[in-house]
Design a protein around this ligand. Structure first.
Ligand SMILES: CC(C)(COP(=O)(O)OP(=O)(O)OC[C@H]1O[C@@H](n2cnc3c(N)ncnc32)[C@H](O)[C@@H]1OP(=O)(O)O)[C@@H](O)C(=O)NCCC(=O)NCCS
Length: 173
């Protein structure tokens, strides 16, 4: 059984591990190898301790046997030029658990958190070359912008997917 709940400090080790696993799996060939190779679950986990302490919205998917197998986070939009006030910052499901509806449940939970925090709309930035962006289309997100970002010396194109009204139930969401 899998349940979605707010993240606790004790989840950060698992969150760090999933972040490293999913980055290496999803971003191989898209981000520099040396960045992916030198990632450490411990260092990433330490960063998430600070995120949770800042009381950002962080949710996890917990399997009754395997423990935490996915997570997501969100808060105010970091981009003022687009008419979206909430943002999903991260959403990752561990490789062995993808394609089972967990990403959808995590995204819905983040939308609820964003609405509770007073955000009416939301967007997410995703690497354009990452096939996972089609997940956001399947979730009713609209491709609203592209931008070029310099990450670790490489220029990558990111696509923004937006949801205009978090209160409107979307049939595919
Ligand atoms: C992207 C991700 C969060 C999606 O979570 P998931 O649990 O695998 O997705 P779900 O099983 O909830 O899928 C829900 C729907 O999206 C669709 N979908 C999921 N991934 C898809 C993809 N890559 N392309 C097209 N459709 C996709 C599913 O088919 C399903 O559609 P349906 O409702 O018609 O059946 C997850 O696969 C992941 O963590 N990927 C690697 C890391 C990553 O790139 N994260 C995004 C960073 S912004």
């Amino acid at each position: 059984m899998i349940r979605i709940r707010a993240a606790k400090r004790g989840d950060t080790k698992a969150i760090g591990r999933i972040q490293v696993e999913t980055w290496r799996d999803a971003y191989a060939g898209l981000l520099p190898d040396k960045v992916l190779l030198r990632m450490s679950a411990e260092i990433e986990g330490g960063r998430w301790v600070r995120v949770i302490e800042r009381r950002e919205s962080v949710v996890v998917a917990e399997d009754s046997k395997a423990g935490v197998i996915g997570f997501g986070s969100g808060g105010p939009s970091r981009v003022r030029q687009l008419p979206y006030n909430g943002e999903v910052y991260t959403l990752y499901v561990a490789p062995g658990y993808q394609g089972k509806g967990i990403g959808r449940r995590l995204l819905r939970a983040l939308f609820v958190e964003l609405e509770l925090a007073g955000h009416k709309s939301a967007l997410i930035w995703v690497l354009k070359a990452n096939q996972s962006r089609f997940f956001y289309e399947a979730m009713g997100g609209r491709h609203v912008a592209d931008r070029d970002e310099r990450l670790w010396g490489t220029v990558v194109t990111e696509a923004a997917y937006g949801w205009d009204d978090l209160a409107v139930p979307c049939s595919r969401r």
